[in-house]
Write a protein of this length. Structure first.
Lengths: 323, 761
């Protein structure tokens, strides 16, 4: 499994996203320009210039035509994937963090950070088919998390929104009226991100309390817990096998104080059902901040604090491995 | 030695000290705390102010701030909870109770009785005598000597009050002059003035103490009867202390006992593993038996360090106290307790300077342990290094043997033989180099000098006893001719041979620095780490190799090893060469009999290595001196990693020691000879357990899969119901639902058919 090293960012990676076909990989970093790569060979197609701050998150439509990015420059932008042209920019009073298209891509969800006294919020925007008719208006603004909302995604049939935050909670909101339907104190420390399974039935949370947890999307039932030895920054669920991958490492500010061996910057694989560690992939020399599985489940990408994206194509043994 | 490493952030579990209503605090053992100890609480020389806080004033909270309309409050209707504190327990409570130990202000006054009764004309002379005797010990205050006289006869009454400048001096005076013989008929009886009340309370009639009914106690040795012969260990992390069985067959330890906030700073096993000791603000406690009940408590406020005697008969506790006057040195208080009764048998106190020695290391110059116990399990003698003397105490009387310390001018260090009452002493050069440095062996209690060796141009000596007391190695650092640098050699004493022959050992390269030295336990070999630079060499020597029984021989040298510490197996034969600290936790498991490396491994950042008492397993751990990687690993003796347990804020790992084997040497040899026969039985047992584990694991996994499938099916049903809606939402008419599933499909394909005619001949 020889990794492909994608060198296109100058600053720590924040987010990785494969398109539905699994041929394109979008990467966001704290430098201002998200990149798009061929997932197969790591060749860079181009980047999206226009943001003026760290880019925290992105999402791409099913047909791979449009990209949305959320940035610390207090905006979320819509891009044409193919040409790199900025189509629209949603502006906010505070930095935007997490973005997600709804099923059918008629709606867009953008979370904003607390800043200068303004609380964090989840904004729901309508995505107009005609770009000329696009407006800044939010259909709904949901507030309730204490501190930053680190990630928010759509629940089944766009009826709910699932969010996680620095307060260690996961919350379920009614997308039509913004009411809180369910809340669970999932972790003892802040949750860095959450990631949906391919079928949307369950999701995994990654927390600084050194554990990752699997929850039922509808009921928030705790299904599994994965215990690690380092703070977890990112997690992803394999669409193909019963595996999950966790990434993290000691905090970035402590990295320089020890050698890279000490930091546990490995991407760790766990068996999803048995909760047992089954392997690890080394390589990064800083904490892993982002993880994504290719939708075909035959490769995955990791993005680190070190500014690199590593794309790993699994060997044949991975698929026949007995646990 | 254990160092305090937990923050003292929480109230300690009290020692359940009964707080008597009268002013004098009585310890659980009915012994009054000496004024000396009390003054440590800071309550001596300053007035006691009740520690009552008026919160309303203190916090500046006024009704307006509270937003209460007081006119609307019916005060009569308010019912307060009973009790002075309204049922609210103050956090300062404990502290206050300790502080309210009313002081009479006479802490530095002693009463001297049995003075001669003299007429007025002789009074002055007597005063002079008394002043002379008591003035030696400390400063007597102005008008501090008062000798009452009988108004009728004008004669003295035969007693006097003396006030010293400090309570400490008074205390010392009491200790030193009580029983002082002025002449045959006048033996001083000296008491603290403060103690008089106590003596007054002694009832005139003897009341026999009530016999306590005997309650059977738990078996302290139950842990030795584990069917599978496992060993225990204790770990301490965060606020938790946990005891486990080491169970490598399960690949994880089995919990035995756990308790949060069990101890203030550390836990410590007794030398034979019978007890575990914890320290608290009020004293030390020992615990044992299957339910880990408290066996005894030892009152010693602010105890910082503990030391058991090797035979577990005595416990030495140690504390230092800030002096009331910052210019004074720290005060040191030591107690020797009888473990079985919990009674303090002897107390030692003084300033830290008195206890500090030239060779002293930690604790502001006070070496620990202060008292070194003589070898063997009899616990007969213990000794302390003093200025130009060694004080050897007998446990039977708790006093110095022959009532005086052994004078040894200039003594720098001493060690007991681990098996016999023999002292080895190192005396550095004296008289400006006119007297040579020397190492002396002395038998106790006869004080007979067994052997002496003079050494020249010595800068330092370190003494290493072999654990069974057969050999003593003295590492001698000598100056080179220029006196600018030193080089090291060894003097090897054969204690058990006639006349104690000494042999000199020098390394091949004389300039090599000695980094570590270690005797093989119960054996006749030793290992030395020597060399300069980051990759030193390790050499093994034998005191009696088959060819050369009377001479030390080099067995082998391992070149260029990342090693700085040596850990022999308690059974000998195997050794772990460890490169800790700068070497980041390199481990080499070495078999000295076969002269081969069994395994090399790394426990990254490891700070400690410890063999289990049987020599079957090795624990390596990273303690909280490092931020990351905290936890421990368990290895087999030949270097297989068996399991690991990460724990944040990891402070301590200690194997539970075992008492010495009850088997005779012959029996042990016989077992070693027929090891195959015995091991067969255990192998079978092992296999059985492994098989059992496998089946349970399989069952567990099957259950997990079943559970998951069930959940998944439920979810799918739900999802199927929503399918139409979802597709509508998507505006997509494709039937392509995305979830990937792995399926094994066998495809048979006929590529080609050929017919051949085979003709047989």
């Amino acid at each position: 499994m020889r990794p492909i090293l994608l060198k296109g960012h100058e600053r720590p990676l924040t987010f990785l996203k494969y398109n539905r076909d699994g041929d394109l990989l979008f990467s966001c970093a704290k430098d201002h320009n998200p990149n798009v790569w061929f997932a197969d060979n790591g060749e860079r197609l181009g980047n999206y210039k226009g943001h003026n701050g760290a880019v925290w998150c992105c999402d791409v439509t099913r047909d791979s035509r449009f990209l949305v990015t959320g940035s610390a420059d207090q905006s979320a932008k819509l891009w044409d994937v193919e040409t790199g042209v900025q189509l629209y920019s949603f502006t906010f009073e505070t930095p935007a963090r997490s973005v997600a298209f709804s099923e059918g891509e008629k709606l867009l969800l953008i979370t904003t950070d607390p800043f200068m006294g303004a609380p964090s919020a989840i904004h729901i925007k309508r995505v107009e088919a005609e770009r000329t008719e696009q407006t800044q208006d939010s259909i709904e603004i949901i507030k309730g998390h204490v501190g930053r909302v680190t990630r928010a995604v759509w629940g089944p049939l766009n009826t709910t929104i699932i969010s996680c935050g620095e307060d260690g909670t996961i919350r379920q909101w009614d997308a039509s009226n913004g009411k809180e339907l369910n809340m669970k104190e999932a972790h003892s420390k802040n949750i860095q991100t959450l990631s949906m399974s391919a079928d949307g039935s369950h999701f995994i949370t990654a927390s600084a309390d050194k554990s990752a947890k699997l929850f039922d999307t509808r009921t928030f039932e705790l299904l599994k817990t994965y215990q690690a030895e380092r703070p977890i920054n990112a997690a992803a669920i394999s669409p193909l096998l019963d595996h999950v991958v966790l990434g993290g490492g000691q905090e970035a500010r402590d990295v320089t104080t020890t050698s890279s061996r000490a930091g546990k910057f490995e991407a760790k694989f766990y068996h999803k059902i048995f909760e047992e560690e089954i392997g690890g992939v080394k390589g990064h020399f800083g904490p892993i901040n982002a993880l994504a599985f290719n939708p075909d489940g035959r490769s995955f990408a990791s993005g680190g604090e070190d500014g690199y994206v590593r794309v790993h194509h699994f060997d044949a043994e991975y698929f026949t491995m007995k646990v | 030695m254990m160092r305090p490493d937990t923050p003292l952030s929480r109230p300690m579990t009290p020692l359940e000290r009964p707080l008597t209503p009268q002013s004098r605090p009585i310890t659980p053992f009915g012994r009054p705390i000496t004024p000396q100890a009390r003054s440590e609480n800071g309550s001596f020389d300053r007035p006691i102010t009740p520690h009552v806080k008026d919160t309303a004033v203190d916090d500046g909270v006024t009704p307006i701030h509270l937003n209460i309309d007081w006119s609307a409050v019916d005060f009569d209707a308010i019912e307060l909870p009973p009790g002075e504190d309204f049922g609210i327990i103050s956090e300062d409570e404990e502290e206050e109770l300790e502080e309210i130990q009313t002081e009479t202000g006479f802490g530095s006054v002693i009463v001297v009785d049995n003075l001669p009764v003299v007429p007025p004309e002789k009074r002055e002379k007597l005063e002079g005598v008394v002043r002379k005797i008591f003035g030696q010990i400390g400063g007597i205050r102005e008008n501090g000597l008062y000798m009452p006289t009988d108004p009728e006869t004008g004669k003295t009454k035969g007693f006097a009050f003396i006030e010293y400048t400090t309570p400490l001096e008074a205390q010392t005076a009491r200790e030193q002059t009580n029983g002082y013989k002025l002449d045959k008929s006048h033996v001083f009886a000296v008491q603290m003035f403060d103690d008089f009340e106590k003596y007054a309370k002694v009832p005139d009639e003897y009341v026999p103490p009530e016999l306590k009914e005997y309650t059977p106690k738990e078996n302290l040795y139950a842990w030795l009867m584990d069917k599978r012969g496992r060993d225990q260990f204790v770990i301490r992390f965060n606020d938790h202390t946990e005891v486990y069985w080491n169970d490598p067959r399960q690949g994880k330890p089995e919990p035995v006992y756990q308790r949060s906030f069990w101890t203030e700073n550390f836990v410590q096993w007794s030398p034979m593993g019978t007890f575990i000791a914890t320290n608290h603000r009020q004293g030390a406690q020992i615990w044992g038996g299957p339910s880990w009940e408290r066996r005894e408590k030892f009152h010693h406020p602010q105890v910082a360090l503990l030391d058991f005697s090797p035979g577990e008969r005595f416990l030495v506790t140690y504390s230092t106290h800030e002096p009331s006057n910052p210019r004074d040195t720290q005060k040191v208080l030591l107690n020797v307790f009888d473990i079985r009764s919990g009674k303090s048998l002897r107390q030692f106190q003084g300033s830290a300077d008195d206890f500090a020695t030239a060779a002293g290391g930690s604790l502001g110059g006070v070496p620990w342990p202060v008292f070194k116990w003589a070898g063997g399990r009899e616990d007969k003698f213990f000794a302390r290094l003093g200025r130009n003397a060694i004080s050897v105490y007998e446990t039977e009387t708790m006093s110095l043997i022959d009532k005086k310390s052994i004078k040894v001018d200039n003594i720098a260090d001493f060690q007991w033989s681990p098996s016999d009452p023999i002292l080895s002493m190192f005396i550095p050069e004296g008289g400006g180099g006119n007297q040579p440095a020397r190492v002396t062996l002395m038998a106790i209690p006869s004080k007979e000098e067994l052997r002496q060796k003079n050494l020249f141009s010595v800068s330092d000596c370190k003494m290493f006893w072999q654990t069974s007391g057969e050999y003593l190695a003295v590492k001698v650092d000598r100056y080179t001719k220029t006196k600018k640098s030193t080089y090291s050699g060894f003097e090897l004493f054969r204690i058990k041979e006639r006349d104690i022959p000494i042999e000199v050992l020098e390394l091949e390269n004389k300039n090599d620095k000695i980094i570590a030295f270690a005797w093989e336990p119960k054996g006749h070999r030793f290992a030395i780490v020597h060399g300069d630079g980051p990759r030193p060499d390790v050499s093994f020597y034998s005191m009696k190799s088959p060819k050369n029984t009377g001479r030390v021989t080099l067995l082998t040298t391992l070149k260029n090893r990342q090693v700085n510490t040596l850990y022999w197996s308690p059974q000998g034969k195997f050794i772990v060469l460890a490169g800790l600290k700068a070497h980041n936790g390199q481990l080499e498991f070495f078999n000295v009999d076969e002269v081969e490396t069994m395994a090399t491994a790394e426990h990254f950042m490891a700070t400690e290595v410890e063999w289990d008492p049987t020599g079957r397993f090795v624990a390596t751990c990273v303690t909280s001196v490092h931020q990351m990687e905290n936890g421990f690993n368990i290895w087999s003796f030949h270097g297989n990693l068996l399991y690991r347990l990460p724990r944040d804020k990891f402070y301590q790992f200690r194997w539970r020691p075992r008492p010495p084997s009850l088997l005779s040497a012959e029996k042990e040899a016989e077992i070693a000879k027929n090891l195959k026969k015995y091991s067969k039985k255990y192998d079978e047992e092992d296999e059985l357990i492994t098989a059992e584990q496998n089946t349970t694991l399989k069952e567990e996994r099957r259950a997990m899969i079943d559970q998951w499938t069930e959940w998944k099916t439920n979810w799918k049903r739900c999802n199927e119901d929503e399918k139409v809606l979802r597709l509508a939402l998507r505006g997509d008419d494709s039937e392509d639902e995305e979830e990937f599933e792995q399926e094994e499909v066998e495809v048979e394909e006929i590529i080609d058919i050929q017919e051949e005619v085979i003709t047989s001949f």
